[in-house]
Design a protein. Structure first.
Length: 266
């Protein structure tokens, strides 16, 4: 792992996660600079999603710390983590499929709603003004992402790739500084994956984000990531650039496959 820097926005400090006798993550260290896009890869069961769950407060690690902009957020409740500026998507799309696209994005914006439950129930003027403002922000976000044409469409009726983009839009509505993407290319065909690569790059720069990306599609990982960290059975076995990871014998053996480095795909 590289040395701690003043620009680090996220740092995992010796994270270990046990579930009874199962060691899911072992002594994981990661430092991410602001604006960086880091890939997290490894075989199924390697501990990748567990790392995401530790960062976002779903799990409190057995040992170690999660630091966000220098603040210790280890074990903080997921809603509080989100409110601080860490958003995520999921391996299985979790949109409210019967709701419109704009209503799904509005759910993300509600993280920052200040009106009380009572004012919402009574629909007091202050609540209505705030709701209208967040609705307009949701429309603007959809427009920025090229999704405005779907605003009134039920999210579940969209093509799979577009549902993924809407899910990312909902995460962006929480106004994150770090975005965690869990296998966004899962289930996509090669064309959709390439469109996703362009979408992720645009989101990274347009919203001034730092992104941590779990992905099995190596064409996506190798094309977009500044650095890649590889997990295997909960342990970090390699970290480096795409070229370094592709040439690492231990990574080839554990994950990429013995014929990978000769394939000439990337």
């Amino acid at each position: 792992m590289r040395a701690l820097a003043a620009t680090d926005v996220l740092r995992l400090d010796h994270i270990t996660m046990r579930f009874g006798g199962l060691l899911a993550v072992s002594d994981c260290n990661l430092a991410m600079a602001r604006g960086e896009l880091v890939g997290l890869i490894g075989p199924n069961g390697a501990g990748k999603t567990t790392v995401f769950n530790v960062i976002t407060g779903v799990y409190k690690p057995t040992s170690g710390r999660v630091l966000f902009e220098g603040r210790d957020i280890t074990g903080m409740r997921p809603d509080l983590v989100c409110g601080l500026g860490i958003a995520r998507t999921f391996q299985n799309i979790r949109l409210m499929k019967s709701l419109s696209v704009v209503d799904n994005v509005l759910i993300g914006h509600r993280v920052h709603m200040r009106s009380s439950l009572g004012s919402a129930v009574l629909r007091l003027p202050g609540y209505v003004r705030e709701e209208n403002l967040l609705y307009e922000e949701s429309l603007k976000l959809l427009d920025d992402l090229g999704l405005l044409k779907y605003k009134d469409t039920p999210a579940g009726s969209l093509p799979y790739g577009e549902q993924r983009r809407v899910e990312i839009a909902r995460a962006l509505a929480t106004r994150p500084r770090i975005l965690l993407l869990d296998e966004p290319a899962a289930g996509m065909n090669p064309y959709e994956s390439q469109m996703l690569v362009k979408f992720i790059r645009d989101v990274l720069t347009r919203f001034n984000l730092t992104i941590l990306l779990i992905e099995h599609d190596m064409s996506v990982i190798m094309e977009v990531c500044d650095r890649i960290m590889v997990l295997d059975h909960g342990e970090t076995i390699a970290e480096g650039t795409a070229a370094e990871i592709q040439a690492n014998p231990r990574v080839i053996e554990a994950y990429l496959g013995v014929g990978y480095k000769h394939a000439g795909n990337y």
